[in-house]
Design a protein around this ligand. Sequence first.
Ligand SMILES: Nc1nc2c(ncn2[C@@H]2O[C@H](COP(=O)(O)OP(=O)(O)OP(=O)(O)O)[C@@H](O)[C@H]2O)c(=O)[nH]1
Ligand SMILES: [Mg+2]
Length: 494
Amino acid sequence: MPATLADILAEARLAGRALVEFGQHMLDPTIRLGVTGLSRSGKTVFITALVHGLVQGGRFPVFEPLATGRIARARLAPQPDDAVPRFDYEGNVRALVEERRWPESTDRISELRLVIDYLSQGGVGRTLTIDIVDYPGEWLLDLPLLTKSYPRWSAESLDLAAHAPRAQIAAPWRDYLETLDPLGPEDEQAALRAAELFTQYLKACRDERYAMSLLPPGRFLMPGDLAGSPALTFSPLRWPAKPGEDSQATPPVGTLAAMMRRRFEAYKDVVVRPFFENHFARLDRQIILVDALAAFNAGPDAVRDLEGALAAVLECFRMGRSSWASALFRPRVDRIVFAATKADHLHHASHERLEAILARMIARAAQRASAAGAPVDVVALSAVRATREAKVRRGREELPCIIGVPAAGEVAGGDVFDGATEAAMFPGDLPADPDAMFGANPTFRGLATAAPQDADFRFLRLRPPRLEQHDGCLVLPHIRLDRALQFLIGDKMP
Ligand SMILES: Nc1nc2c(ncn2[C@@H]2O[C@H](COP(=O)(O)OP(=O)(O)OP(=O)(O)O)[C@@H](O)[C@H]2O)c(=O)[nH]1
Ligand SMILES: [Mg+2]
């Protein structure tokens, strides 16, 4: 696709800022840590637990600077971007620790700066600054739109909506589109109704039973202060090609399709490009969080959808080592962790299998990153561990179980949980061969096609745990948060 003037200007702006930031970071090492993930993947909980662990001195045996006592203290400091709200760290800790409930789903961008004072290996006092940004996961799926034209996005969205299980959920919206003439005159009421039905379809796809991931544009699900604006009042359309043209052609001026196209482009200019330039284009390190378990819960279609969504998003990142030369163009993400979150829902015997499935899911992106010189790690982790493990005897068999407190309202085996009672759960065995979860005919059944008691996997929402004692401090339990941290920032604290 030819670069537009907007693209070239954006490139130049990014190059200028990258150079300034690169120079500053030489004096005062600062890392912009990208905590990336689709909605509900666990970003807010991850950031809160990571900061809590560093500030409180959590149990992080694999994070060398903390384990060996080189960290003097970690503290919060005023953030660099004045126009971005501050991440509500204290509110999230209060929710997790005092109320034992998970933080609310994120509906706007926020930022937090953490400063770590530490001793180098040679005993010299040093400082490392980490900037972390949190945002609603829905917005992540907007990034792939940047390189798409309206006709192409329309065609792709309509093709996607034509297949099960989406076809049924999308029926009212698709039926309404049949009544419209895309090449007829502009019509505000038609645009409003189409956008409304399109949004309803996207929302319904998120239901636990379907757990679809590929749902752009993100602001349709999480509009923030743009609710009701024209930039959010459009929908994909399909219009007939003129003789000699393909269906990808730009619609003629004055038509309904042209109006939709204008708004789609406005959405990219007003919403997506600033989000990309101000946040993603400035990252140094990335952790990409993936809630694979929610997809296993729903079934093979959800796993395929998640795979497609991740592939589309990962295409958007530039990866590779950062240097003076590459900083002229843009700082690159030079280290990436892919993390399967909420691993506390599984017995540790299944963690390796979960890692293997995630590695299979992101294989191409990981290969690209490694080839560009960005080391990659794949880890199954739990930022906050809400379970412990036990063996439960069933007949002659001993099943590896997890024990936790299911959230109020969760249902299993005919019981409705009250949010206070502990239960032992056997969520299902992950296959030894990761390929069994993919392909045209995977054999497992999920909530999309089977009753809950017949689904192969069942992961209930759990309540956060109580704090644990560690070296005289009260800390949050976790699984492998320290391994992720060591990989992400360990080398920056020599
Ligand atoms: N058991 C368990 N549940 C978790 C963990 N992390 C997240 N969760 C669950 O996943 C939900 C979503 O986590 P969030 O951190 O809010 O996810 P997010 O990526 O910030 O989501 P959005 O803000 O909606 O994009 C939480 O409400 C918890 O129910 C974990 O480590 N263990
Ligand atoms: Mg969040």
